[in-house]
Design a protein around this ligand. Structure first.
Ligand SMILES: NC(=O)C1=CN([C@@H]2O[C@H](COP(=O)(O)OP(=O)(O)OC[C@H]3O[C@@H](n4cnc5c(N)ncnc54)[C@H](O)[C@@H]3O)[C@@H](O)[C@H]2O)C=CC1
Ligand SMILES: O=C(O)C(=O)[C@H](O)COP(=O)(O)O
Length: 400
């Protein structure tokens, strides 16, 4: 059984060896020839799985992606060929939820919102939307869910229409990029919607760039009273439009889901799928690979209160993950790439190639970022039960 996996799947060799003849590929150089004798292909979202790539893959039985999104796979074509496929849906939901929380906390600190007085509109209540809603509930932050497909399927939660989401203080997008059927998401945020968002609104996109009409966004951001925008994803990745840097408040190179846990969980899910396919027992677990973090002692000025003060909450959470760090690194690297090209009076294709290279390199060599669940907190002895519940709701472990 020949298993080929994208070399950016962390611990791929450690997980898959023993299940067959295992080798890896670099997404930049993969050719149809490389897949000729492959039985199982495991990818991340940078590999476009389509008829052109699989034209010589006569043995391929199964394609899986160690990511939640599947829009890089031509599922219709795979189905038509009888090639089964899967994804690692949910593997990085917590990472994205923590990314959105970090954006909210930074926006509060910057005086753009007051987390005690906002309603967060969550578009897409799947793995990510649900993980985010749970954390907002633990923090008593109001939220609304919009998810017509789930609503129609009888999900018992309470849903609102998209129009009600536009009224929320924060709009955060967690839908797949889907271009067919009744619930398409391409350009869901268009000029009309953007025209309704004033400077009191925060718009966050950590799902897929195509869900926002980027040209309309740029036009809107150049007008007065524009909303505050946080983008992790872009149209035409990795050749993104660098003009956005000037107008977006925070920008990161598609790393919202790239916590250590999010990525390794993706590998774990893929491993389990391959084991099931091959009728082999699942013997490896996440715990085999995720190292423990030293417990951390936390000072809480609000320890005896029924809930965390804003200062304590934001201080702690930004210590775990501060999205500004990623934004600054991205601006610096992209700025350098642009300056270098301008000095060399490069052609637009060369500038675009340089941006693509910077974007792709930054996301594939992303720093180590752990989720709240990796941290055991040592709290002041008089910490209230209410605060302990909140911290557990955020995913932290508490030292007994
Ligand atoms: N930036 C990043 O690093 C990451 C991005 N993503 C993106 O976020 C998307 C969501 O991730 P998950 O929650 O794991 O996926 P999921 O499949 O669990 O949830 C997506 C939800 O969106 C809903 N939906 C579909 N069309 C809709 C519409 N028109 N309006 C409102 N809701 C709609 C679906 O019913 C579903 O409940 C992924 O498809 C992926 O593209 C996911 C993880 C990491
Ligand atoms: O899971 C998803 O969907 C994502 O967007 C992933 O974070 C994409 O990660 P890469 O495949 O680009 O490493």
């Amino acid at each position: 059984m020949k298993i080929l996996f994208e070399d950016t799947i962390p611990l791929g060799r450690e997980y898959f060896s023993g299940l067959g003849d295992v080798s890896s590929y670099a997404w930049q150089t993969l050719t149809p020839e490389d897949i000729k004798n492959v039985d199982i292909l495991a990818v991340r979202s940078t590999t476009k799985v389509n008829e052109a790539l699989l034209s010589q893959a006569s043995q391929l039985q199964f394609v899986t992606t160690a990511t939640s999104g599947t829009n890089h796979m031509d599922k219709t074509w795979l189905n038509s060929q009888g090639i089964s496929w899967n994804s690692a849906g949910g593997c990085n939901a917590v990472a994205v939820a923590e990314y959105v929380l970090s954006a909210l906390f930074l926006a509060d600190r910057a005086g753009k919102i007051d987390i005690n007085a906002i309603t967060v509109g969550i578009v897409g209540a799947g793995h990510v939307g649900t993980a985010l809603a749970k954390r907002l509930a633990a923090l008593n932050i109001e939220y609304k869910l919009c998810d017509p497909p789930l609503n129609e399927s009888g999900d018992p939660r309470s849903f609102v229409d998209f129009e009600d989401i536009i009224d929320c203080d924060v709009i955060t997008l967690h839908v797949p990029y889907v271009n067919t059927g009744r619930h398409t998401t391409g350009k869901l945020i268009n000029a009309d919607v953007l025209g309704q968002l004033g400077s009191n609104k925060l718009l966050i996109n950590a799902c897929r760039g195509e869900v926002i009409d980027e040209l309309a966004l740029l036009n809107r951001l150049k007008q007065p009273n524009a909303p505050t925008v946080v983008l992790d994803v872009f149209e035409n990745e990795p050749a993104i439009n660098p003009e956005l840097l000037q107008y977006c408040w925070l920008m990161t190179p598609h790393i919202a889901g790239h916590s250590v846990e999010g990525k390794v969980r993706g590998t774990q899910y893929v491993y389990e799928q391959i084991c099931n396919l091959l009728k082999e027992p699942n013997t490896k677990t996440l715990g085999d690979y995720l190292s423990a973090v030293e417990p951390i002692k936390v000072e809480l000025a609000s320890a005896t209160a029924s809930a965390l003060s804003k200062q304590d909450l934001i201080g702690l959470m930004l210590q775990v993950y501060n999205l500004r760090v990623d934004d600054e690194a991205f601006r610096e690297k992209l700025g350098e790439a642009l300056k270098r090209q301008q000095n060399e009076s490069a052609q637009s294709e060369e500038i675009s190639a340089s941006i693509s290279h910077t974007f792709a390199t930054m996301r594939k060599s992303y720093r180590i970022r752990r989720e709240c669940s990796a941290y055991t907190l040592i709290l002041p002895s008089h910490t209230s039960d209410g605060i302990k519940q909140q911290l557990k709701g955020l995913g932290f472990l508490l030292q007994a």
